[in-house]
Design a protein around this ligand. Structure first.
Ligand code: RRO
Length: 320
């Protein structure tokens, strides 16, 4: 049995493993999230919680596509007040909880953050990036000014570690990440789903009732990995990678790109709860075989090697 620890500290949150589930994929039922933890995750992330109960979009809300899934759930959730007991139940079971949350306005974001902090969550993940919203703020993560304002307002409501989850559906994710950092975010989660759609060729109509939805799974990994790379270069706070992580090799790529922790979502649908244990084991073997003593030594390493290559290239071009 290997002695290498997979423990990480992200924005002041100590986790026994860098893995979490991605918000939404497994809902918010405490026994199901407990299974994620028992399968090897360091913490669990709830489905995004809003200020009031919400049924979400009518079915169909999920469709499998090649290399992934498209969803347009429409933020279904029972409302923050209802969720207080669910957080308490998870805490009683010894599970570290990251409460994902959203609002339709600056005030609603602040109100929900306050309720979830008091409920005993270990950290908050501000969902600035649902692709399936038509609220007052639209998709928050598409506007740097709004991201900074909301993050700063939420920051005043809570002392908990605050992650801000960004969208890949923007021109320049670095700009948005820097706005979240200025607003007081402790970490950036990169990224939410990529906006997409699927059409039923027999009915000749979009399959999702919402027409468009968010693409997740292996199909988005190269895009999400690029986002993590760019965000890691733009901010000084930790980055949490999210998008198509299925194997330990995916996880290592994300760590090398600059992620300090990872969220795994769609792979649970395709590979079951075991995915957390399998990815943990693969990371541990990789660390061992490459002579690393912990995760921290790998985080962002590809950037340093990139710099070395650049300086080698400079030296070559001077010689030429
Ligand atoms: O509920 C959803 O439709 C949803 C959310 Br809140 C999100 O953040 N990302 C996504 O793909 N779907």
């Amino acid at each position: 049995m290997s002695k290498i620890s997979l423990a990480v500290e992200v924005a002041g949150l100590r986790l026994r493993s860098p893995l979490m589930n991605a918000a939404g994929v497994l809902g918010m039922s405490p026994p199901i999230l407990k299974r994620v933890y028992d399968s090897g995750a360091g913490a669990v992330v709830t489905k995004s919680i809003g200020p009031a109960p919400r049924t979400g979009h009518p079915n169909p809300t999920l469709v499998r596509v090649s290399c992934g899934a498209l969803n347009a759930m429409g933020l279904p959730n029972p409302g923050a007040e209802y969720f207080v007991d669910e957080i308490k139940a998870l805490k009683e079971m010894g599970v570290p909880v990251v409460a994902s949350f959203f609002g339709g306005s600056v005030e609603e974001f602040a109100e929900v953050a306050s309720t979830l902090s008091k409920a005993g969550a270990d950290a908050l993940e501000l969902n600035a990036s649902c692709p399936n919203v038509q609220e007052e703020l639209g998709m928050l993560a598409s506007d740097a000014g709004n991201v900074e304002k909301v993050t700063a307002t939420v920051r005043e409501e809570t002392r908990l570690p605050l992650f801000v989850k960004l969208s890949p559906n923007v021109t320049d994710i670095k700009e948005i990440a820097m706005a979240a950092e200025r607003g007081g975010a402790d970490a950036i989660t990169a990224v939410n789903t990529l906006k997409g759609m699927a059409i039923d060729i027999n009915f000749k109509r979009p399959i999702l009732t919402n027409t468009t939805g968010g693409l997740s799974g292996p199909a988005v990994k190269p895009v999400a990995l690029r986002c993590v790379w760019e965000v890691a270069e733009a901010v000084d706070i930790p980055v949490i990678g999210c998008g198509g992580v299925t194997t330990w090799e995916d996880a290592i790529e994300y760590l090398l790109a600059g992620a300090s922790a990872l969220e795994i979502g769609t792979a649970v649908m395709t590979h079951g709860f075991e995915v957390y244990g399998q990815v943990n084991e693969g990371i541990r073997r990789y660390l061992e075989m490459n002579g690393f003593s912990g995760i921290k030594e790998v985080v962002g390493l590809a950037h340093q090697i990139g710099e070395e290559q650049d300086s080698r290239a400079d030296r070559c071009s001077i010689r030429v």
